[in-house]
Design a protein around this ligand. Structure first.
Ligand SMILES: Cc1cc2nc3c(=O)[nH]c(=O)nc-3n(C[C@H](O)[C@H](O)[C@H](O)COP(=O)(O)OP(=O)(O)OC[C@H]3O[C@@H](n4cnc5c(N)ncnc54)[C@H](O)[C@@H]3O)c2cc1C
Length: 359
């Protein structure tokens, strides 16, 4: 009999989980309190920068890098498939990553060698970035990016084409402990049934499960980004001390982002706008003459050490979790979705699931 799976949360993690389950023959419903692929304040997926690589991966644990490496490896093929099947181009491209000092160059080079990530020690002045002098930098030419709002639109269309039910503007209420779930109640009291359930509710996952035995360490971490459209754009992603700039192929330029522990407040602030603007102008002085076209924020599902929870709920037998991807959910989503779908279907997963289990 075909399994009916209900996914709670229609961000990138929920959408990719749905895709994996559809590919395994499941009937899938996504329940989303807002609208999937809309640019609604708060959700993380549309708001992200779209770098398909961690910032300074040598600072993270092996399980984090296993997910980002595996996820990143899927993107080229995934974006080609999405374009072919939906007609939507998610703007996947290899823009390269220029890392400016200060950071631990030896650890960086060792990590890149070990992980087969091409890396070159360069002088920053070799790149066409106005302010850069002869400082020592690292160039990672194979790092890629994707355009999150376009990726979400393509995912939405693919899911519709594959008969996934999208129950939008429908918010599920926090769950009570039980042995097995047959239905989950909305905040309006409607009961929605399925055979299996997956929580992919991003920053809101803790709230949804806090009355069960799963005490997730997920909390919202706000990130703000500025958008420019400079006359002369960068040609690569540039990073310096926690700050990055991402050039888009149609001439836009993102400058971000922040890591703010401010609860579920998804507003943008003048103070951060000034802070980001100063950092952006330090790398590209010509931005002093350019207007800021847009300023937005998203709430990342923050977790200690950036380690997501992927796997079965500790006590509710037909409930699974795929949440807490923090700074790298776009990069991790394909691998993370494959892992949870394999566990749900009783397949041997491609990567060891132990580090991500819900304890
Ligand atoms: C500024 C910024 C820059 C970033 N840059 C990058 C980057 O360059 N590379 C990278 O890999 N990652 C990046 N990220 C991180 C990445 O965006 C997140 O890790 C990822 O989007 C998390 O996806 P998600 O699906 O778990 O969460 P979300 O996209 O937040 O989706 C969760 C969904 O669940 C829904 N929901 C919540 N509660 C309920 C409920 N009770 N009922 C129904 N629906 C519910 C929400 O409405 C939401 O749509 C960035 C994030 C930000 C904010």
């Amino acid at each position: 009999m075909t399994q009916h799976v209900m996914i709670i949360g229609g961000g990138i993690v929920g959408c990719m989980t749905a895709m994996e389950l559809v590919n395994r023959g499941c009937r899938v419903t996504i329940v989303e309190r807002n609208q999937i692929a809309s640019q609604t304040s708060g959700e993380s997926s549309w708001a992200g920068g779209g770098i398909i690589f961690p910032l300074l991966p040598w600072l993270y644990s092996e399980p984090v890098n296993t997910l980002t490496n595996n996820g990143a490896n899927f993107y080229r093929e995934l974006s080609q498939r999405l374009q072919l099947e939906t007609g939507i181009d998610a703007n996947f491209e290899q823009s390269g990553f220029l890392l400016l000092p200060a950071f631990d160059v030896k650890s960086a080079q060792a990590w890149c060698m070990q992980n087969q990530v091409p890396v070159q020690a360069v002088k920053a002045s070799a790149f066409k970035v106005q302010s850069l002098s002869g400082e020592d930098a690292l160039w990672l030419p194979t790092v890629c990016q994707i355009r999150p709002p376009y990726l979400m639109q393509a995912m939405r269309k693919w899911l519709e084409q594959h008969k996934v039910t999208l129950l939008e503007h429908t918010q599920l209420a926090p769950l009570k402990e039980t042995q097995r779930l047959t239905e989950w109640q909305t905040i309006d009291g409607e009961k929605l049934g399925a055979d299996q359930f997956v929580v992919t509710s991003g920053a809101w996952s803790f709230e949804l499960l806090k009355e069960t035995t799963a005490k997730l360490k997920v909390k919202p971490m706000r990130g703000q980004i500025l958008l420019y459209q400079p006359e002369h754009n960068l040609e690569q992603i540039v990073y310096r001390e926690g700050f990055y700039m991402i050039p888009r192929r149609d001439g836009y330029l993102l400058a971000g982002s922040t890591l703010e522990d401010v609860g579920f407040d998804a507003s943008v602030t003048e103070a951060v706008r000034d802070e980001l603007r100063i950092k952006a102008e330090a790398i590209m002085p010509a931005l002093k003459n350019e207007p800021i076209i847009k300023h937005w924020s998203g709430l990342r599902p923050g977790t200690p050490e950036n380690l997501p929870t992927i796997g079965a709920h500790p006590t509710i037998e037909n409930l699974y979790l795929n949440t807490g991807h923090f700074r790298y959910g776009l990069t991790m989503a394909p691998a993370s979705a494959q892992l949870v779908a394999a566990l749900m279907s009783g397949e041997a997963p491609r990567i060891d699931a132990t580090p991500y289990a819900c304890r």
